[in-house]
Design a protein around this ligand. Structure first.
Ligand code: TXA
Ligand code: MG
Length: 358
């Protein structure tokens, strides 16, 4: 058996990933983390670049290695609910219910931070994002270190997220980062980030800051089943969600989305080439390599018809295509790709895009 059932679906068993990683690798990773180094950590969503939350210089190293601005806060990874409670001032009934329903798993809860949490992790906010990952090696690492681990996705800021140990090694080849190999990620897109505000005698206020595998409908079902009152709100200030950017996950080649499945590729290319001057050479500090004499040979990004599999494969396919000799990447959206689960994936697809044609 390769998978075990967890509340939100399935997760790799330790046996499955042992062929890539030895107990010595885990020991080495624990030593490095305790010594204040950063380490590549597998999770069920994407690989993280982990550091001990209590070592300030290690947290700083995450930001410098990733070239990430300090305004974008980090998620803290725990191996138990007890550990999560030490990071927050308020662990209410809704947080407890959601942890029971979705942990270990791809749900990050943003709750009021405890005074002890380093403000560098939270970018000066008074909230902290916490999740318990559903990967046996991630849990083993956190338990082994004995301290929660802060970990953003293990990619340079703004670039495509990593879903294999190799992706991380390549991304940080110069920095020579040690990576615990936990095999390919099962989910393939980052966790759902949920802002949670609980006050006694009032319905909990919930806002999804980033879509992910756990859907709003799943959260509603879990809370209704436990008879807890809540309301979802859309309006979240920029201050509450500082990591929200128009562009993210970008490959270095032009990545074109066409929303009309009936258009011929030749027609799409004609419009893109006419609009090429519109595409900046640099977007959010990512250099886009525009071919001088126009796009000629786009590589087609094809996705599975199953949105769960499509999400699992998306980043890896995008990386592979960006490394081939093609001059651009083209994705043509299909009419069946609608609904909340597809939207979680398309949140990433559109942020990675250089140009969208209707
Ligand atoms: O699946 C995941 O969440 C992966 C794995 C490694 O766990 N991690 C991940 O981290 O995607 P990162 O740093 O790439 O994205 C974290 C997102 C950012 O958009 C950040 O702004 C948001 O979570 N976030 C973290 N703490 C927050 C807080 N206190 N308030 C609002 N947003 C927060
Ligand atoms: Mg990221």
């Amino acid at each position: 058996m390769f998978y075990v059932k967890v509340p939100w679906g399935f997760c790799a068993t330790r046996d499955r990933v042992l062929n890539q990683t030895t107990p010595l690798d885990i020991e080495k990773a624990i030593d490095l983390l305790q010594a204040g180094e950063v380490v590549g950590m597998p999770t069920e969503t994407v690989y993280g670049l982990a550091a001990c939350v209590t070592i300030s210089s290690a947290i700083e190293k995450i930001f410098s290695t990733k070239e990430r601005p300090f305004f974008d806060p980090l998620i803290v990874h725990v191996s138990s609910v007890e550990q999560a409670k030490t990071l927050t001032l308020n662990w209410g009934p809704v947080a407890q219910a959601l942890s029971e329903a979705f942990w270990p798993g791809p749900l990050t809860m943003v709750v009021p931070k405890a005074d002890s949490v380093n403000t560098m992790i939270t970018s000066g906010l008074d909230s902290v994002g916490i999740r318990m990952p559903a990967h046996p090696l991630a849990l083993e690492l956190i338990e082994g270190v004995g301290i929660p681990l802060a970990a953003p996705s293990a990619n340079k800021f703004g670039r495509t997220s990593p879903t294999s140990a190799d992706h991380v090694r390549k991304e940080f080849a110069e920095e020579n980062i040690f990576v615990v190999d936990g095999g390919p990620c099962e989910i393939g897109i980052e966790s759902t980030v949920l802002l949670l505000k609980e006050q006694i005698d009032q319905p909990a206020s919930l806002s999804i800051l980033r879509r992910g595998y756990v859907l709003q409908a799943d959260i509603e079902d879990a809370l209704k089943a436990r008879r807890l009152s809540f309301k979802f709100t859309e309006s979240v200030s920029k201050k509450e969600s500082p990591g929200h950017m128009k562009h993210h996950y970008m490959p270095a080649l032009p990545f074109i989305i066409c929303e009309d499945p009936k258009r011929a590729v030749s027609d799409i290319l004609k419009e893109v080439n006419a609009r090429l001057p519109e595409i900046p050479d640099e977007i959010e500090s990512i250099r886009i390599l525009k071919p001088k004499d126009g796009l000629k040979a786009p590589a087609r990004l094809l996705l599975s018809t199953d949105p769960v599999i499509a999400a699992r494969e998306f980043y890896s396919r995008l990386r592979d295509l960006a490394e081939t000799a093609h001059d651009s990447i083209l994705f043509i959206r299909e009419p069946h790709q609608t609904g909340e689960r597809w939207e979680s994936l398309f949140d990433r697809v559109y942020k990675a895009a250089t140009l969208v044609l209707n």
